[in-house]
Ligand binder design. Structure first.
Ligand SMILES: *Cc1c(COP(=O)(O)O)cnc(C)c1O
Length: 241
């Protein structure tokens, strides 16, 4: 699980990384009796310049994720967005919702009921339905926002009732782990929670998405049930802030 040192990013470097990641995803998918195309690869583009994001899009990536509203809006005019989906994956302040409500197709980092209420309000104002994932604080970390595993189902029912919101599934960033076995246990718990949520909510919402796994652990995440993986540094090299 070594972090790639970033050479000066070149298109060749991106081509190679993309090819390798796609191969790893395909292999992991087949191991779990899924098709490679059942797994969605999100390119996480925080700190990455539009020219490189556009290159990744030209290779076939159809989904990018950004953590910050300002950063996404700043890049927007330079991006080839014709066949592109954009998701927010970082903690979102309620007062920023209106700025991105008609820009992104999903908010993966829905971490409180008050944020859900604001999304519902802004979505209705714009006559649209916003897709969301509930972010679960699977490691119960003080430093992270998100719903606890215990309250997940109850809150999911509440969110599924809100107008202008379509609950699509769950998302998590597990704690930093020393071993792959350790992180797999968190992914396994997330999958159990997701399956439970999916069956209990089946009358209210059709859940489709379990978003987990990043550069260092997207393969074990897929093995444990993820169907959307969020990959940044393995694609673009280490981030320079
Ligand atoms: C930055 C980030 C990622 C990507 O992290 P890498 O380790 O660079 O792949 C994925 N998900 C979230 C929520 C992030 O903030």
């Amino acid at each position: 699980m070594t972090e790639k040192l970033s050479p000066d990013i070149s298109f060749d470097y991106l081509d190679e990384n993309y090819k390798e990641i796609k191969e790893n995803i395909a292999e992991a998918a087949i191991k779990t009796s899924k098709k490679p195309e059942d797994i969605t690869l999100m390119a996480v583009t925080k700190t990455v310049q539009p020219v490189f994001i556009n290159h990744i899009i030209s290779l076939g990536v159809g989904l990018i994720g950004e953590n910050k509203v300002q950063e996404l809006l700043g890049k927007l005019e330079y991006l080839k967005t014709d066949n592109l989906d954009m998701h927010i994956i970082g903690h979102l302040q309620s007062n920023k919702v209106r700025k991105i409500i008609d820009v992104v197709s999903m908010i993966q980092s829905l971490d409180s009921i008050s944020l859900a209420e604001e999304i519902s309000k802004q979505a209705q104002k714009n006559s649209l339905t916003m897709k969301v994932l509930m972010e679960i604080n699977i490691g119960r970390e003080e430093s992270k926002t998100g719903f606890s595993p215990e309250e997940c189902i109850e809150r999911a029912f509440q969110i599924a009732e809100m107008p202008g919101i379509s609950l699509q599934g769950l998302m998590a960033v597990p704690p930093i782990c020393d071993t792959e076995n350790e992180v797999r246990k968190y992914f396994e718990r997330m999958n159990t929670l997701y399956q439970d949520c999916k069956s209990k909510l089946s009358e209210k919402a059709q859940l489709t998405t379990l978003s987990m796994g990043m550069s260092s652990d997207y393969v074990p995440a897929i093995i444990e049930g993820a169907n959307l993986v969020r990959v940044g540094s393995a694609l673009f090299g280490a981030r320079r802030y």
